[in-house]
Design a binder for this molecule. Structure first.
Ligand code: SF4
Ligand code: SF4
Length: 61
């Protein structure tokens, strides 16, 4: 199962991906986005599309 990869050097912690994800996979931990529930990720790619900084990648099979 793929999971989102977050480039914490690029992530601003804006939270857009957290609000975008329909499955509650992501949350802000400290100052950046983190994967808190990887098993729930269905690889829809919405977080990657919405991130303004290109800081999140999802391998879509
Ligand atoms: S790919 Fe979809 S389900 Fe997975 S973390 Fe991103 S928005 Fe959530
Ligand atoms: S949308 Fe991008 S910059 Fe914003 S919290 Fe998510 S990964 Fe970080």
């Amino acid at each position: 199962m793929a999971q989102p990869y977050i480039d914490t050097d690029e992530c601003s912690g804006c939270g857009i991906c957290v609000d975008t994800c329909p499955n509650g996979v992501l949350d802000i931990v400290g100052s950046t986005a983190s994967v808190i529930n990887e098993d729930a990720c269905d690889e829809c790619g919405e977080c990657m599309e919405e991130c303004p900084l290109g800081a999140i990648e999802v391998d879509e099979d």
